[in-house]
Write a protein that binds this ligand. Structure first.
Ligand SMILES: [Zn+2]
Length: 130
């Protein structure tokens, strides 16, 4: 019989339940060791190919998902470093503008002190000569 459904899994020698080996080549009885070649019907062959294809597709899909996750993580890392860099640049800008405003204040103070000293000197000299 070539139809799978007609294959008798009962061992004709000892009556134990036989199984089909992983390569689909033999029907094996583990109890008494009897084995006979297993011929797949077209239907079984197609079913096996279909399930293999399905398994392959699932594996490919899992692989693609895994790679996508890795790429996502990579992109995340890169964007995080970019954000870190931008933050540093912002901090640098902040420090520069603070320093500028402090310098401006110091220069304004020095200028005012200079002006006051100049006025005092001018007053003293003015009083001396006029
Ligand atoms: Zn047997």
């Amino acid at each position: 019989m070539s139809e799978n459904k007609n294959i008798d899994l009962k061992c004709p020698y000892c009556g134990a339940l036989r199984h089909i080996d992983s390569n689909f080549e033999f029907i094996v009885c583990e109890y008494c060791g009897a084995s006979e070649p297993y011929r797949e019907s077209e239907k079984v062959k197609i079913e096996r190919m279909r399930s293999q294809t399905e398994r392959q597709i699932a594996a490919d899909k899992a692989q693609v998902q895994k790679e996508t996750e890795l790429k996502k993580a990579e992109i995340n890392n890169v964007s995080q470093s970019i954000m870190g860099g931008l933050e540093l640049l912002n901090k640098g800008d902040e420090i520069i503008s603070k320093t500028r405003s402090v310098m401006r204040t110091i220069f304004a103070g020095i200028f005012m002190i200079g002006l006051i000293i100049f006025l005092i000197i001018a007053l003293v000299i003015g009083r001396h000569f006029f």
